[in-house]
Ligand binder design. Structure first.
Ligand code: B16
Ligand code: MG
Length: 217
């Protein structure tokens, strides 16, 4: 049966969370409050707009629509200064090993990310050519845990959702994959991602034999 693999971006392929954090922290500080790395955990897999809403709640800041829009732009411009400096060394360990194995076995690959900056990031780190389709923050209307992003990816791949395998680092992402009836693989803390079908700390823990078994299932 034809299988399709779907990768989340931030936290799975690259650790852009640290750059999102620096950009949100800068904005928070400008607005006169602190924003911690712990609080940044809530932002993982969450859309830019929702992140700003949460940030303003944390700071108790009220904004007009104009201010809100301007801060969205400001945060993203600051974030992009970090993205600009990224290169292949920032790809998380053993990600290319898995992507190469899937390519060799002619398994189609899609990205399923909330980020509107997904394409330039993949270009920067030299992984864009692996992806048959990108489904990102520009193509979805409903954020994870809604399964929309992954269902669109399955459709593009021409693969039944139940034959899709999703790599995710966020709780909302695992929920989205599960409600799309896909196989979910949690990358990160198994305690936090307890709802995933399989759990790995990172890609170095994933054996190619495991991937082969899933492909042949
Ligand atoms: P952007 P993922 C998500 O990426 C990040 O985890 C989340 O922190 C960020 O707010 C979101 O992308 C939107 O990113 O501002 O670049 O559009 O994990 O879904 O790949
Ligand atoms: Mg993620």
């Amino acid at each position: 049966k034809k299988k399709g693999f779907i990768f989340d971006l931030d936290g799975v392929i690259v650790d852009t969370a640290k750059y999102h954090y620096l950009a949100w922290k800068k904005l928070a500080n400008e607005l006169g409050f602190e924003f911690t790395e712990d609080q940044n955990e809530m932002f993982k897999g969450v859309s830019r707009k929702r992140c700003l809403e949460i940030l303003l709640e944390i700071g108790g800041v009220k904004a007009t629509q104009e201010q809100f829009d301007a801060w969205m732009v400001e945060k993203n411009e600051d974030y992009l200064t970090y993205i600009d400096k990224m290169d292949a060394s920032e790809v998380l360990p053993d990600v290319p090993k898995i992507l190469n194995f899937l390519k060799e076995n002619e398994v189609p690959i899609a990205l399923g990310s909330a980020s509107k900056n997904a394409k330039p990031i993949l270009e920067k780190v030299g992984l864009l050519h692996y992806f048959d389709y990108l489904v990102d923050g520009n193509s979805v209307t409903k954020a994870k845990p809604d399964p929309e992003v992954f269902l669109i990816a399955a459709q593009k791949l021409g693969v039944d959702p139940k034959d899709c395998i999703v790599f995710e680092d966020a709780v909302a992402g695992i929920q989205a994959a599960n409600s799309a009836d896909m196989t979910s693989i949690g990358i990160g803390d198994a305690g936090i991602l307890a709802d995933a079908d399989y759990n790995f700390k990172d890609f170095t823990e994933i054996d190619l034999g495991f991937i082969k078994k899933i492909i042949e299932k």
